[in-house]
Write a protein that binds this ligand. Sequence first.
Ligand code: BGC
Length: 753
Amino acid sequence: MQKTLLFVMIFLAINIPTIQQGIGQSTLDRRVDSLLSLMTLEEKIGQMNQYNGFWDVTGPSPSAGDASQKYNNLRKGLVGSMLNVTGVEEVRKVQKIAVEETRLGIPLIIGFDMIHGMKTMSPIPLAEAASWDMEAIRQSSQIGAREAAAMGVNWTFAPMVDISRDARWGRVMEGAGEDTYLASQIARARVIGYQGDDLSDPLTLAACVKHFAGYGFSEGGRDYNTVDISRTTLHQVILPPFKAAIDAGARTVMNSFNDLDGIPATGNAYLQRDLLKGKWNFDGFVVSDWGSIVEMVNHRVTEDGKAAAKLAVLAGSDMDMESYLYVKHLKELVESGEVEESLIDDAARRILKVKFELGLFEDPYKYCDEEREKTIVGHPDHQKGVLEMAKKSIVLLKNENKLLPLAKTGLKIAVIGALAADKDSPLGSWRGLAEPNSAVSVLEGLQAHSQNQYTFAKGAELVTETPVFLKEVKINTTDRSGFLQAIQAAKDADVVIAVMGEHGFQSGEARSRSQLGLPGLQQELLEQVYLANKKIILVNMSGRPLDLSWADEHLPGVIQVWHLGSQSGNAIAQVIFGDYNPSGKLPMSFPRNVGQMPLYYNQKSTGRPTNPGDDIVFWSHYSDVSNEALYPFGFGLSYTQFDYSGLSVETLANQQVRVKVNLKNSGLRDGEEVAQLYLNDHFSSLTRPMKELKGFQKINLKSGESKTIEFLLGPEELGFYNGEGNLLVEPGEFTIMVGGSSNATLSVNFVLR
Ligand code: BGC
């Protein structure tokens, strides 16, 4: 009887807007508040608690240790969310407990790292960034979202928008590269791709922009390391993509493992309260990173778990992912007066609101439909979609004497390298629930797209054991027993395709590297093969920029293919044979050696920017390597030729300028070009980069066709942020450079009054 009464009250609370509404308060807010008014302190704290999955669908209820504790808390209504529970059957089971066994029946929000696909894998995000194609990225994100949502998930921990200038950091594969402007556009495209325009649509997910903030600046590129940057770098370089994601509607934010200016991000009130929830008015919720609340004890800013929970909640972390501390300590902290209950209300309110928006109160099993799961996951259209995305992600780096594209018949081709036949590496590091070894290999792709004669020789294994997600990848550094066979194959061939680079698990979280060359014996193998046949196309498959200096100096062809997902081999073959004209441009600078790290195109001029000549050493440079990247940001070749001319600029009212340029496809093939606009502010009150990307457009032109492109720049593009996060637009002279890479030379000046 009592239970029935409660259900009636909850029904009324969430369905009928209450009469005592505040003016201007939305219906949704009123529903949330009505529900909140029925909740005990413990239940509100429960909403702030997130557990990793424990439910074993095939086995009995969890009975021991950690799992049993989690299970009991779930039944008591002390869990608001779970992550890594996937598949309709599994999700339904945990949801059923939350809905049917807890006092209030509040549904769980189910999170998962759907980063670049669920079963059907898209290219890794860094690869997709190389497409500079926002519509393609939106569609690719949508494909992943559809599959994840069909599998019961309603929240993805993406997009990751951490700017990074250091290829040693393994997580560069997960972001959009080194540039703030490009990353901001991509952040927006991804959020729209995941969330669509209706969060309650059962085929969309809530987005979670991460990691707030500064994580990509881990010292030395070592994951989880400390971050020490200025407030101006924070505001100018790191925060804009977060702001872009939030402006696009991202409903949640994840904080980060690192400290920033001495305070862990998870306990950082400046970031979470002052900026995010204050200045930016963000009304979604913040989830901690995995265990990042308890890790504040390791950071040694709090003595114990209780103090860590207190610091995190005061700083604005709303949900505790796998630290188990909120559910353990918050009640006591509120009762002792150390934490105000209003903070708990605020956090619970934010979380409940997103659950309402997802439609979970309307139907907690909304994302649990077996039929939908069967039809959506792995849908043939998704394979087509990820193939298109993969083609657009490939970057042609060198093509001497137009060696590429290759003919489809009549060639004897030696395909060399363990990665050539690898069906697993292309799936990348954050591979969702992809079947191991399910990608189309390069070898399979080449064979399917041509009638050439192929000889495959590994030359050397890349790894000595099958890599697994949790463990260090074991790289072969001694077994050269396949070298001779590879050398022989090269001798007999018209052309060699060497597929080298990194295993899919060599980049990603916790995969920092101190070397950026080809891992293991690959460089040695490549040089030996070169002695037998110089006509080599290097297909570099990696999750980060590698040092390709030797290849660039010696080989006629170099293609960057990243980890391209399920359709990898087909996409690569289509580029090699010219079925697709490559259009990708690098989202990160490729170095000449690892010592150049951190490397980025938008460097400041410093007090000593120029070479005084006569071998005088006193300027900002290295004595043993150029300051320039081997392949700069924004660079990528095509099988056709693009010419820029007639650059002009017109100053308009309201601090706006209009830029026009003529782009011509003067080559013999149709193709796509990414026209890029860079800006230089001659003098400003803070030191500024020598050039910064402020606009780009991807244009499709038929052979011989030309087009006038227009860019409109306003205060946001012409100005810059100071250390307080205020936009300054300072009058004076500017230079605009337009072209096909960050080395664009066509320029024009204007004066902003
Ligand atoms: C990562 C996050 C991820 C979380 C949950 C953490 O280790 O840093 O990016 O979302 O795990 O899997």
